[in-house]
Design a protein around this ligand. Sequence first.
Ligand code: G3P
Ligand code: MG
Length: 359
Amino acid sequence: KAHFLCCSVWVTRRPSFGIAFDIDGVIIQGNTPIGGSPQALKRLYDDSGTLKIPYIFLTNGGGVPDSKRAFELSGLLGVNIIPLQVIQVHTPFKQLAKRFENDLTIAVGKGEPAAVMSEYGFKNVLSMDEYAACFDGIDPLEAYKKWTTKQVIHQYTNSNEMSPRNNVHSKRVQAAFIVSDSLDWSRDIQVLCDILRTGGLPGREIGPQPPLYFANDGLEYQATFPSERLGMGAFRIALESIYNRIHPIALEYTSFGKPNPFVFKNAETVLKQLVPLSDHNLQVANHSDASSHQFKTLYMIGDNPSVDIKGAQQAGHPWFSILTRTGVFKGKENHAEFPADLVVDTVEDAVDYVLRKES
Ligand code: G3P
Ligand code: MG
């Protein structure tokens, strides 16, 4: 299905601009489209459903494989969205797949963290649920957590000799990835401390800390509840504080996600891949043709001043930031600390502005 969608999205001319849409608080709230997002996105296609304007989604959310997210968004928004157009918070982990391809790795977080990593090319990845289940008593509170009794096993079975579950007691974890928000802070902090301070073998001898990667370092985010919710950055602070109290060497980690400038550079690269080869050659550009394309303007449409707007500002030319009032930001004027280039009510207003300016 995803392949079909991929081949049915074409770009009909070579625009000098592209758009990156934040998802939560701009395009959807929970599972509901907001701000006229379906109508706004429809304007980026011609009557036959052909993509006219290169655009992507650039979100600090995640937890499902990019292909699945693209499929879900297509259904929700009524347009054909290909996996390449969906840059989730964990999508940069793809670039680490070669390094850890055959190593035992752990994926933490809500949704399907191991399936996310498998799609990126990690061959021996286990979710924290799968991994923790291999160690009796590793979580002394497990008996009180009814929700952990249902294990999510992504692609391996107990009888599969190739399953990384078979050698977790002798094979070191070579890296841990916080793919999405932790559902069980107490267990995940406990087991991560075990992995990190022993060098990848819980309950065993001490070794150097394996690399630790967070998809995102955002402290808070806007969900459906009126006030902001604690995000992955809050989980990182909790893990780091505890780890540094129980281990003599401070925790080392790398985090991704907006407003990291790297994310915006990567977004530009992906947008270039959506630019047409020529006016009449209706296909998604390949890498070499794409890299030579120069955008005059790239629009970042977001709702979070300290994430979306700060990120676009730090990324500099050719980014132009547009702040909507449908999510985190609800002010009348511009944001004081991270003022956007433009403030509008909704994503529909933002797209309207962009298309009028670029016509
Ligand atoms: O983790 C927070 C997430 O919901 C933010 O998503 O699309 O606003 O970057 P987004
Ligand atoms: Mg948002």
